[in-house]
Design a binder for this molecule. Structure first.
Ligand code: MN3
Length: 236
């Protein structure tokens, strides 16, 4: 009994000692965490429509595989990389601003995560034609909506292999360009820079089941499913 009490006393004292020794460090760490916000985590936006909503332009099977397999994998892999590599970027913006310093896994999957979240949101069933401020901006920059579409489609066709075609706003000026792989215009490593306004996935996984090698038919059909209201939001 006596022994047990003594052991208990010693243990309690040791714990108290350890705690008080740790306190200055804990207080310090807490202060630091004010400056070191938690690392960014990517999450998958809910698909704003059913898998078959963009038929016949984008088929339901492609949409389901694209969203539940490809995109889900990018999200998981980038978050794994952020944890494993102790990446400290606290926002998606910071993550891409430092893209040139990221591992290939973090950069490629981070791009895939962000680009698809963007892509799903700028599409909808029965997209119609642009109007209002987005139509004015496109007319001002490219002469007409038709000329814009022509130039955008040519850029999408000109991207060799996998990548994306983009409409970006760079210093208030609209530009069309493309990026390879899962790069995007937010990356410091990207040749094309600016705020993405509209983006098109031209990886074969985005169209192969329905269009096979005919990327031109996929691009032409895609104009029918653009959510111009969402695109316009990204202008301001
Ligand atoms: Mn894709």
């Amino acid at each position: 009994m006596e022994n047990i009490s003594r052991r208990k006393f010693v243990t309690t004292s040791l714990k108290a000692g350890a705690l008080s020794a740790a306190l200055p460090f804990a207080a310090h760490a807490e202060k630091l965490s004010v400056f070191n916000a938690p690392a960014v985590q990517f999450s998958q936006v809910p698909l704003p429509y059913a898998y078959n909503a963009l038929e016949p332009h984008i088929d339901a099977t492609t949409m389901e595989i694209h969203y539940t397999k490809h995109h889900t994998a990018y999200i998981k892999n980038v978050n794994d990389a952020i944890a494993a590599e102790k990446i400290t970027a606290s926002s998606e913006k910071d993550f891409f601003a430092g893209a040139s310093k990221l591992s290939a896994k973090a950069k490629n999957n981070g791009g895939g995560a962000w680009n698809h979240n963007f892509f799903w949101q700028v599409m909808k069933a029965n997209g119609g034609a642009p109007s209002g401020k987005i139509a004015e901006a496109i007319n001002g920059a490219f002469g007409s909506v038709d000329k814009f579409k022509e130039q955008f489609a040519a850029t999408a066709m000109g991207r060799f292999g996998s990548g994306w075609a983009w409409l970006v706003s760079d210093g208030g000026k609209l530009k069309i360009g493309s990026t390879p792989n899962q790069d995007n215009p937010l990356m410091d490593s990207s040749e094309l820079k600016g705020t993405p306004i509209l983006g098109l996935d031209v990886w074969e996984h985005a169209y192969y089941l329905k269009y096979q090698n005919k990327r031109n038919e996929y691009v032409a059909a895609w104009w029918n499913v653009i959510n111009w209201d969402e695109v316009a939001k990204r202008l301001s």
